[in-house]
Design a protein around this ligand. Structure first.
Ligand SMILES: Cc1ncc(COP(=O)(O)O)c(C=O)c1O
Length: 363
């Protein structure tokens, strides 16, 4: 392995190892250890299974602050067995594709909620930019695939007490992302049962805390037993629609007042403030073609709208899927929505959507 300072050029011959001063926060202090063994790049690998040759790691401790960021060959982490991220789930992540957008607001929000230290946004962005620059050959040559960026922040506190971490590790992985859902169908099926709750008021539903996802697995496999691909998460006595799997949910419909509306649940602490959700809201508001609303939607409103054929389309949104039309919903064991109910997919198939998305992705 070769160690370079502040440079990503493999041809660099200056191989000094700088002394490891503490409390570095600057991308200018970035150290680079190049991998001596580059992997063979697959065409497009299954989502999240094959990682690029390098990763970014930045260590923090209460006593010493942030150490210099380090890009190093991709490899395992070594963690103390008492590490509090393993025991108490003090871990969160965000993810972005390399398109023009990234969300650091969510990163900061999640760090605060997990009692992990703050990291300077622009310095981190610059370190990530340089990681991507180094592994740029991994960016898929395909319109339907992308390079996925996974910043992850964990407590490395090596003791069993439930307390604010005194040590932490911020690291960033890159992997190729093709189709997120392993499905041959063009639409997604969702299983809705109010007995499973993804998030609640005062909880961490609006952060990317690891536990939100681990806890959702049981319901996901229940959904699969019912022949569905994902869970439609409901909340409250009136069965409000909140999210679908790991996607924000949109309903394009003729609402109760007869208006054409694109609606999605409001950010009230239950909902993950998705970048794609925000982008769709901004784009469609700009079109001015229909009402765009952040509002509560309940299952009974959806059922009535389906009966009265007022649903134009329902879809999920997320970085991984972009937008994914929903084709089937099983609610309390019954299909309320299936291919026999005509929805026009007018949103996800619309030309304005596709061209705006490509050229206008808001930052
Ligand atoms: C629970 C949840 N909702 C929605 C989203 C979509 O967010 P984004 O558009 O930022 O990818 C995600 C993405 O991870 C998620 O985990």
């Amino acid at each position: 392995q070769i160690v370079l300072r502040g440079s990503l050029h493999r041809s660099d011959t200056e191989l000094s190892v700088p002394e490891r001063r503490c409390d570095h926060k600057q991308a200018a202090d970035l150290l680079v250890q190049l991998s001596s063994c580059l992997s063979i790049k697959p065409d497009v690998a299954e989502f999240g299974t094959v990682f690029t040759d390098h990763m970014l790691v930045i260590e923090w401790s209460l006593n010493e602050g942030w150490k210099a960021p380090l890009i190093k060959p991709f490899g395992d982490l070594s963690l103390h067995p008492a590490c509090s991220s393993l025991h108490y789930d003090i871990v969160f992540f965000v993810f972005n594709k390399i398109i023009k957008s990234s969300s650091f607001m969510l990163f900061c929000l999640s760090a605060k909620r997990a009692c992990l230290p703050a990291f300077d946004k622009s310095e981190l962005l610059e370190c990530i930019r340089r990681l991507i620059e180094l592994d740029q050959d991994w960016v898929p040559h395909s319109d339907s695939a992308s390079l996925y960026v996974r910043p992850t922040f964990i407590s490395t506190e090596p003791s069993l007490g439930v307390k604010k971490p005194s040590q932490a590790l911020l690291y960033v992985l890159l992997c190729q992302a093709g189709s997120y859902f392993n499905t041959n169908t063009e639409t997604l099926s969702l299983w809705a049962d109010p007995k499973n709750i993804r998030a609640w008021r005062g909880g961490t539903g609006d952060c990317k805390i690891g536990g939100n996802y681990g806890c959702s697995l049981f319901a996901l496999y229940e959904a699969m037993n019912y022949g569905c691909q994902q869970v439609l998460w409901l909340y409250g006595d009136d069965n409000q629609i909140t999210e679908g799997g790991t996607m924000n949910i949109f309903l394009h419909w003729i609402n109760e007042d007869g208006d054409e509306e694109l609606a999605t649940p409001p950010l009230d602490g239950l909902i993950l403030p998705g970048v794609t959700r925000q982008s769709i809201l901004e784009l469609t508001t700009g079109w001015g073609e229909f009402k765009v609303t952040e509002r509560y939607l309940t299952m009974s409103q959806l059922c009535s709208a389906l009966e009265q054929q007022r649903v134009k389309e329902m879809f999920g949104s997320g970085t991984a899927v972009t937008v994914c039309p929903i084709g089937r919903i099983v609610y309390m064991g019954e299909y309320i929505f299936n291919e026999s109910i005509q929805t026009d997919h007018s949103f996800t198939n619309s030309q304005p959507f596709h061209s705006s998305w490509a050229s206008n992705f808001p930052s």
